[in-house]
Design a protein around this ligand. Structure first.
Ligand code: HEC
Ligand code: HEC
Length: 201
């Protein structure tokens, strides 16, 4: 059946009107968003990008794994070692057998006080940026760790500081420590905003 020309014209006008009204509506909503709030928010998002770049750096990621730590840019730890019940190694393969509180240039084993695998709740190795952000901002999921305690951890614990003096030929974390601390403070001040979760994440 053929559509009459008048009907076609009417339809075009209707679609056009709906489109116009929708666009006009969007425009209006954008204008009413307070300028300041949106700029603080985007600063918080920028800061998060800096933070997540550090969290995903091999110096940090190698311990924040599921069952086994990794070495270098993410290769298996040889000899094979496992987390064990207390995060300090299974059976006789205890972390402390080889890792002390400082880098050992003779054996090549890196070290810092408290050397052990990160708790399983902090295994963000397979997560997207949005998922890591959600984990860090959800105390029920991350072992009751607030953003403030995370800031304190990366500011002063030997385990975190080690990432900037890893010894041997290991690459230190690329973002400077000062920049990370600044970014974390800004992110917290902005209300710890997270990137939106995409369906592909
Ligand atoms: C040798 C293993 C190891 C390395 C390397 C490591 N971590 Fe961790 N990380 C841990 C452990 C263990 C904990 C849990 C500490 C605790 O509960 O007291 C932890 C906890 C954390 C926490 C949560 C702190 C809190 O209690 O609120 C953050 C954030 C974190 N790590 C970031 C980093 C960053 C950033 C780096 C790299 C610069 C890094 N980690 C490198 C083992 C490691
Ligand atoms: C038998 C000795 C031994 C044991 C046990 C051991 N390690 Fe290691 N580990 C080493 C040596 C040696 C290296 C250096 C390897 C290299 O860089 O080629 C190393 C490297 C690492 C690295 C790599 C750091 C980096 O970013 O490159 C991590 C992380 C690590 N060990 C964590 C652990 C944890 C956690 C445990 C306990 C669950 C553990 N290791 C148990 C000997 C050991």
């Amino acid at each position: 059946m053929k559509t009459r020309p008048e009907v076609l014209i009417l339809r075009t006008i209707t679609v056009g009107a709906v489109l116009f009204l929708t666009l006009a509506g969007c425009n209006q909503r954008q204008e009413t968003t307070p300028k300041q709030a949106s700029s603080v928010d985007s600063e918080g998002h920028q800061s998060w990008e800096t933070i997540v770049e550090v969290l995903l750096h091999p110096r940090c990621l190698n311990c924040h794994q599921l069952e086994m730590p990794l070495i270098n840019e993410g290769s298996p730890h040889i000899p094979r070692v496992e987390r064990g019940a207390d995060n300090m190694g299974a059976g006789t393969m205890r972390c402390i057998n080889c890792h002390s509180n400082k880098n050992n240039p003779v054996t090549g084993a890196p070290g810092a006080s408290g050397w052990e695998m990160a708790p399983i709740t902090l295994n963000w190795s397979q997560m997207s940026s949005a998922q890591i952000c959600k984990l860090l901002t959800t105390p029920q999921d991350n072992g009751d760790r607030s953003p403030e305690s995370q800031l304190q951890f990366v500011s002063e614990t030997p385990l975190a500081l080690w990432g900037w003096s890893p010894g041997d030929k290991r690459q230190p974390v690329t973002i400077s420590h000062a920049k990370l601390i600044e970014a974390m403070k800004e992110w917290i001040a902005a209300g710890t905003p997270c990137p939106p979760e995409r369906s592909s994440d």
